[in-house]
Design a protein around this ligand. Structure first.
Ligand code: AHM
Ligand code: MG
Length: 340
């Protein structure tokens, strides 16, 4: 604290540099990627804040690989992320939820440092854009063992436990950048006056209470019986742990996970009995969120398997997803497996 009472602070840039100094052999290559994502997210944030004024609301009239109609802001944010990352010689490939195929780079300049692949969902929760409810960006970084010329889809299909970093940006009442490199979860709030992300939430831990239950309740009738039983148990249960549990669901994964990470709770987008599938994408949404939630002391699972252990079979794979406090995720696993 200075004499004037002003306390010292870390910007995202400064904190990344600080973490990098803890690893003297580091050449800063990986830090550059995080910084670029930070810059891209500031640009996206400014577009989101002005969305009603700059003709980016509404649909683009294009159906993406997920079979969903893309919003204008989906495409703009996708472009911003790709443009921000493609010049880094350390990046061998990118995969976006909005693109059908991955992008593989063949950089002409020689680069003998570590190489990486970045996955991202540029705007998650797009259905909320037009109604001014929080949306977010999700990202995940994997080390890539080969030079860019030789990689193919196989190098993209790695389990979440191989991620070297993951994070999200929530464009909410303020913009926050939350990330982990496997050494805790740290959150930064964008100070619009100085245009910097400033450390506001160091070493985030999910509180051990089930304050919130988050799921799309309109799918209740399509959930398997144990899933319905679990939802009823948490929402109407008479155990002291659930006496004050409230339902909260925005339809933006980033906002729902962020709220529960700060306040304690459980989020789920379970399997639908009719389709036998979940909705959320393993590589762009579930694996990065699972790394963050585990680093914050929680758990993430399909109900049958740890999310971070799943070996992906294709780029846009969807999985059932439950994440939050250990107590609830363990209970759900037991119920689904007929042990509770
Ligand atoms: P998106 O990436 O196309 O925006 O879809 C993902 C979103 C998540 O943010 C959210 O949890 C979920 O879809 C909401 O789906 P639903 O409207 O079925 O509840
Ligand atoms: Mg998404």
């Amino acid at each position: 604290m200075s004499e004037s009472g002003w306390h010292d602070f870390y910007t995202l840039e400064g904190y990344i540099a600080y973490q990098q100094r803890l690893h003297p052999s580091s050449r800063g290559v990986f830090s550059d990627i995080l910084r670029r994502i930070g810059v891209a997210s500031k640009i996206i944030s400014s577009k989101v804040r002005m969305a009603g004024l700059i003709n980016v609301l509404g649909k683009q009239g294009v159906i993406n690989v997920q079979g969903e109609e893309q919003m204008k802001l989906d495409l703009l944010a996708n472009d911003i992320m790709k443009t921000s990352l493609k010049w880094l010689p350390s990046i061998s490939g990118l995969a976006s939820e909005e693109d059908g195929e991955m992008t593989i780079f063949t950089h002409t300049d020689k680069f003998d440092g570590d190489h990486y692949i970045v996955f991202f969902d540029p705007i998650d929760g797009s259905s909320n854009i037009d109604v001014n409810v929080s949306v977010g960006t999700v990202f995940s970084i994997h080390r890539c063992p080969y030079q860019s010329q030789t990689i193919g889809e196989l190098e993209f299909l790695k389990p979440g436990c191989a991620q070297v970093a993951a994070g999200y940006v929530v464009y909410g009442s303020s913009t926050m950048f939350v990330y982990t490199t496997g050494q805790g979860v740290h959150g930064f709030t964008l100070d619009p006056e100085i245009g910097e992300f400033v450390l506001s939430h160091e070493s985030m831990k999910i509180p051990d209470r089930c304050k919130y239950f988050s799921a799309n309740d309109s799918h209740y009738r399509h959930w398997p019986e144990p899933t319905r039983r679990f939802a009823d148990w948490v929402r109407y249960g008479e155990e002291p742990r659930y006496e004050k549990t409230s339902s909260r669901y925005t339809g933006s994964l980033v906002a729902d996970i962020h709220r529960n990470l700060v306040e304690g709770g459980v989020f789920m987008y379970p399997e639908n009995e009719d389709t036998g599938m979940g909705k959320l994408r393993l590589l762009y949404e579930c694996a990065p969120m699972a790394m963050l939630i585990e680093q914050a002391g929680g758990m993430a699972s399909t109900g049958k398997e740890r999310i971070l252990d799943i070996q992906p079979t294709h780029l846009h794979q969807r999985v059932p997803f439950i994440a939050g406090n250990k107590v609830e995720v363990k209970l759900y696993e037991k119920m689904l497996q007929g042990m509770a």
